[in-house]
Every structure is written in C-alpha cells, then in structure tokens.
Write a protein that binds this ligand. Structure first.
Ligand code: ADP
Ligand code: MG
Length: 262
C-alpha cells in the first residue's frame, strides 16, 4: 500500500527586501506518494527552486506545515533538518556543485562522512557504478564532461540510499543528448522505488514524469497526470512549444530577483 511521503500544507516563503515582500511561495498544498515521479514546471521566478529548497530541508518555510515520511520537519531545528536531509533526501543541482579539488569517488563519499559511516570506498564506488561511472572514480571534476559531472552529483545524491531525489533543472546545463542520459538515470532510480521530484522549464522533459505540476507567482495552478492528451496540449501550447522560461512573461519585477538565484 502506497503512502504519502511528502505532505505540505499552506506552505509559504516570503523574503523581505527593504520595503517590499517577495512572496516566493504563497500558500502551497501538495501531497506526494511514495514511488511517484513528478515534475514541476513554470516560468523563471515562479517559486520552483524555493519550493525545492524547502522540500529538500535546505531552508525553512515562513509559515505552513511540511510533513516528510510521517515527521513534521517544518518544526525541526537546523541540526535535526541536517540529519533528515542526510538520511532521506538526495539533491541534484543544475550546476552540479562538486568539490573541484577532489576525485569523483571522494565527492560521492561526502554524505557518508556526514552520516558518520566508517567505510566509504565501497558505497561510493557502488553509487558510481549505478550511474555508469565507476571507471572515472579517480578523476577530478575538471577531468570530466558536463554529463559525467552530473552523474557524479547523482551518485552523491543516492549514496545514502535516500527515499527521495530532488533535482532542480538537472539537465539545464547539458546538451539534449546528455540530458536524455541523465533523465534515464532518474527513470531507473524511480523504477527501483525512489520517489523523484524534478524541476524543469523544458516541457518535453517535464512530460517524462507521470505527473506534472505547473507554478506561477508562488502558486500551483495545475496538477495533472501525464497522458497523451496532456502531452499534445502542452507540447503544442504557444505554437512550436518554446521553453516555458522564455515563453512566459516575467512573474516578478527584475529587481526582486537576486543575481545568484536560478
Ligand atoms: P524559480 O526557481 O521558479 O525561477 P525562485 O524560487 O528561485 O523561482 O524564486 C521565486 C521568487 O523569489 C523570485 O521572485 C525570486 O527573485 C525570489 N527569491 C528567491 N530567493 C530569494 C532570496 N534568497 N531572497 C530574496 N528573494 C528571493
Ligand atoms: Mg530555479
């Protein structure tokens, strides 16, 4: 019997910037069942990354509840959040976020150190094997292609065998062929039982999930199961189906958007 893994209720995240308040998330409800493959899409500034950071316990909400695997994480301390993050969540970023001066295997092993596991070599190599990169274990990120770097980052995300993978624009810096290989890894992980939540502004990527949520102005305005009619509808939306990021008008004035947020 599948059960809810994630439940958020009226979740908000507000940023106060001088006289203005940016409502990055404006009261969002969401339930994600164990084993789902879900994508979140929407224009730049619609609140996707803010939501992912909250789901990933990298940040805490302004208000609302977040239940993860039966625990109320929105009430937890930073220390408790760090433990939950390490045990239950693997996060994959658009820019890979690897440590440059160390090998692929040591990058993958980082979460194992935080989990205080003594033996890191074996699990790190096993995780690299799962993403088809065991033969690059001793290479540094600078000696790897973009797609290989992202595979190292995915290996790092899965090394503690988390229940959930959160990926924020994981194919955004990759060419489409490499992006397809990365998506295949997420499909494989999902088949193995991992719950996958993927943010993308590319509709063709979003439609590979079983469920698509669309966001605008810090709110979810559509939540649909992917089927043929949705595929046709969304891929033909706006003619030649341009990427949502470019096609949609800006949701916020540019000055409300710090340069380091993507
Ligand atoms: P998306 O990932 O969909 O592009 P974000 O979640 O990054 O959107 O941003 C949503 C809104 O919140 C934007 O208007 C953005 O400028 C704002 N925002 C995000 N992070 C911060 C922050 N740390 N400080 C102030 N405003 C922020
Ligand atoms: Mg973003």
């Amino acid at each position: 019997m599948k059960r809810p893994l994630i439940q958020i209720k009226k979740l908000t995240k507000h940023y106060v910037m001088g006289d203005t308040t940016v409502r990055a998330l404006d009261g969002v409800d969401l339930t994600v069942m164990e084993g789902e493959f879900l994508s979140i899409t929407g224009a730049s500034g619609s609140g996707k990354s803010t939501l992912m950071h909250l789901l990933g316990c990298l940040d805490r909400p302004t208000s609302g509840e977040y239940w993860l695997d039966g625990q109320l994480v929105s009430a937890m301390t930073d220390r408790q959040l760090a433990v939950i993050r390490n045990q239950k969540i693997g996060f994959v970023f658009q820019t890979f976020n690897l440590i440059q001066r160390t090998s692929a295997a040591d990058n993958v092993a980082v979460p194992l150190f935080y989990a205080r596991k003594n033996w890191t070599g074996g699990p790190a190599l096993k995780a690299l094997e799962r993403v088809g990169l065991a033969h690059r274990a001793t290479h540094k990120p600078s000696e790897l292609s973009g797609g290989e770097r992202q595979r190292v980052a995915i290996a790092r995300a899965i090394v503690n065998e988390p229940k959930i993978i959160l990926a924020d624009e994981p194919t955004g810096n990759l060419d489409s062929r490499t992006g397809k290989q990365i998506m295949q890894i997420f499909h494989d992980l999902n088949h193995a039982g991992v719950t996958v939540i993927l943010v993308t502004h590319e509709m063709s990527v979003a439609l590979q999930a079983r469920r698509v949520i669309r966001m605008r102005d810090g709110l979810m305005y559509e939540d649909r199961t992917v089927d043929q009619s949705l595929r046709e509808e969304l891929l033909t939306e706006g003619g030649a189906a341009p990427p949502v990021e470019e096609a949609a008008p800006r949701a916020r004035p540019p000055m409300a958007r710090p340069a380091n947020v993507s």
